[in-house]
Design a protein around this ligand. Sequence first.
Ligand SMILES: CC(C)(COP(=O)(O)OP(=O)(O)OC[C@H]1O[C@@H](n2cnc3c(N)ncnc32)[C@H](O)[C@@H]1OP(=O)(O)O)[C@@H](O)C(=O)NCCC(=O)NCCS
Length: 182
Amino acid sequence: MTDNKLQFRIATLEDAPQVQQLVQSAFRAEDSRPDWTSDMDLSLRFTMKLEDVIAQISKPHGDILIAVQDDAIVGSVEVSKRNEDEGRVSMLAVDQSRQRGGLGRELLGHAEEYCVRIWAVKKLSLGALSSRQELIKWYMRRGYHKTGVTTPFPRDLFKDLTLADDLCFIELEKPVDETINT
Ligand SMILES: CC(C)(COP(=O)(O)OP(=O)(O)OC[C@H]1O[C@@H](n2cnc3c(N)ncnc32)[C@H](O)[C@@H]1OP(=O)(O)O)[C@@H](O)C(=O)NCCC(=O)NCCS
């Protein structure tokens, strides 16, 4: 019998090709929310390599959590133990047809709970592209704040695109508190 309820689980190596497809297509998809995706020319160049998905699944201190419905992967997020205190969340992606229904928020919550339960971290961190103002505000509504640290965007890989001079990655953090239930 097929269970069509939405379920969350850790991705296995068998899931890797589907995760790669989902993440790549979610990051490349056009989104009508203003300042959510920002630069489509840049988004279309987003590439997720299968070998990187496999490496993340195989890491001793890293995993990929997936949301599955009707045997299809509809959402995915990478989690890693960055150091003793810090859990890193990255590559959060929801299938385009499932976006805006609260799944992104739910997956992010699962990722946070996982980092706290498995690695007992004291804070969570992530990075977002500076041009994605509405997405950054969304993270801030989830309890993240800007640390003031930025990391450079690899402009050299996109010399043919016109990019904002100040394009960079904004570091965001969230302390672990009672709002993250384990
Ligand atoms: C980021 C992402 C995972 C969010 O997933 P999602 O399932 O759409 O997220 P949710 O449904 O939980 O939240 C959607 C938010 O958009 C807001 N929203 C919906 N329609 C909107 C609109 N027309 N304009 C502005 N905001 C809107 C909702 O209010 C909600 O915010 P809230 O939860 O604070 O109310 C998804 O957009 C995605 O996969 N994007 C491509 C990959 C990506 O960019 N990942 C992040 C990299 S840092």
